[in-house]
Design a protein around this ligand. Structure first.
Ligand SMILES: [Zn+2]
Length: 85
C-alpha cells in the first residue's frame, strides 16, 4: 500500500486518471482486459481497499496483516476499541 498522494497517471477513456501507485499495474491490467474501473482506493494502510468496476461489481481486498475472515481481525478490533490485544 502507498501513502496518500503517492500516485501515477493512467490514460483511460480519453482522460488522465490519478491511480494509487501500488494499484497501477492491477488497474491497468483490469482495464486492458475489459474490466473497466470506475474508482479505487488501496486503503493507504487501513484494513481494506477496493476497486469499483463500471458494471457495478467491486473488488474488495484486505490488508494481508489481517485474517481474510472476518474482514477485521480480532487483534485489529481490540486495537480499534482501545484495548490491548
Ligand atoms: Zn497504495
Amino acid at each position: 500500500m502507498c501513502k496518500w498522494g503517492d500516485t501515477k497517471i493512467l490514460y483511460l477513456d480519453g482522460k488522465n486518471r490519478v491511480i494509487d501507485k501500488c494499484l497501477y499495474k492491477f488497474i491497468k491490467m483490469l482495464n486492458d482486459n475489459g474490466f473497466e474501473t470506475k474508482s479505487h482506493c488501496c486503503g493507504h494502510g487501513g484494513p481494506r481497499g477496493s476497486i469499483l468496476l463500471k458494471d457495478g461489481r467491486a473488488i474488495i481486498f484486505v490488508n494481508s496483516d489481517d485474517d481474510i475472515f472476518p474482514f477485521w481481525s480480532k487483534k485489529k478490533e481490540l486495537e480499534r476499541q482501545g484495548k490491548k490485544p
